[in-house]
Design a protein around this ligand. Structure first.
Ligand code: 2P0
Length: 332
């Protein structure tokens, strides 16, 4: 055997300020739009991959329980891709520990597939640079491409007419960002969501009359967002992010049948965020494929914002800051 046969990696979720919503290629996981996110320093996923030459199937354990059904199928399909690239055949034993509630719109798949990509590449002896790793992680889950990097990260959709579309769609850090902000995560529901983001995206692209307009708006949001990050202008970053998130939710609510992730509890948090702004606190909300709300604010205000969110919801609230990209850990 060549390669190191076992590798362990850790990665964190990211929260998009400019959302990824809709694939132009399901197999290659190519999005319609560029997206931009902040990697968090909370809710890491740690994954180990060990090759087992004697096994005839992959074995996947998630938080101590054997994976089955769709989660197992997705991990196995991802390992097939890595094996194919590495020219290896051995099956693997995968052990993964999440600290983020799975499937609840808190980006567990982003940290999960970023950690799996790095650990699997290590175990199968596939040497790849960070950009290639982000393209690989993308195949597991689109948003995972961004969790390969820390801080603010942009994921390029890649030109539709690129000669090699897989090569053209990668993530990279926004190196000229001059902003250090907090992200207050309000965990309203930790259970799995009723419609997967994969299915919801498909339905939105196929049936929502608002989708094309959102794609157009998102492109200009991204240009303005990058300028605002360069200028370290939290107010502009926050208001663009909030507007982009509301636009994404509007497109999916206009799908047939509609996809609605936001609940009354989400609405109460959103009202509180508006209330904070009226009091002069710089705070803006963003919401993903679930009811949870994340509040972008200045670091010195984060504890106050978190206390207000706890008071209005009685929920678990976690203060996050900018976190690191995926990292290999000592094997063992
Ligand atoms: C994002 N989300 O940009 C958007 C905003 C949710 C709302 O990326 O189908 O789990 O595996 O590529 O990455 C969630 O979708 O979807 C997501 P797949 P993924 O963060």
């Amino acid at each position: 055997m060549t390669g190191s046969e076992q590798a362990v990696a850790v990665a964190h979720p990211n929260i998009a300020l400019i959302k990824y919503w809709g694939k132009r290629d399901e197999h290659l996981v190519l999005p319609f739009t560029d997206s931009l996110s902040m990697t968090l320093d909370v809710f890491p996923t740690t994954t180990s991959v060990r090759l087992d030459a004697a096994a005839d199937a992959d074995s996947v354990v998630m938080d101590g329980l054997p994976a089955r059904g769709e989660p197992l199928r997705r991990v196995t399909a991802f390992l097939d891709l890595v094996r194919d690239r590495a020219g290896r055949r051995e099956r693997a034993v995968v052990d993964t520990h999440n600290t983020v509630p799975v499937g609840a719109g808190l980006a567990s798949s982003a940290g999960g597939f970023a950690a799996l990509a790095l650990a699997a590449a290590g175990a199968y002896g596939l040497s790849c640079d960070r950009r290639t790793l982000s393209r690989l992680a993308r195949r597991g889950s689109g948003s995972a491409a961004r969790s390969v990097f820390g801080g603010f990260v942009v994921w390029h959709a890649g030109a539709v007419d690129a000669r090699d579309p897989d090569d053209a769609s990668y993530a990279e850090p926004v190196t000229d960002a001059r902003l250090d902000a907090a992200m207050v995560v309000v965990v309203l529901e930790a259970g799995p969501k009723s419609v997967s983001s994969r299915e919801a995206m498909r339905r939105t692209v196929a049936t929502s009359p608002l989708y094309k307009e959102w794609v157009t708006a998102s492109r200009s949001d991204l240009v303005r967002m990058r300028e605002a990050l360069r200028a370290g202008d939290l107010s502009t970053v926050g208001s663009i992010a909030e507007h982009n998130a509301f636009g994404m939710h509007a497109t999916m609510e206009a799908a047939a049948p509609p996809v609605r992730y936001l609940t009354e509890a989400s609405a109460a948090v959103l009202a509180e965020v508006r209330g904070l702004r009226e009091e002069g606190v710089r705070a803006w909300a963003t919401m993903d494929a679930g009811p949870n709300v994340k509040v972008l604010c200045d670091i010195p205000d984060a504890d106050r914002v978190a206390d207000r969110m706890r008071a209005v919801t009685g929920s678990r609230v976690v203060v996050a800051r900018s976190g690191p990209g995926a990292a290999a850990l000592a094997e063992g």
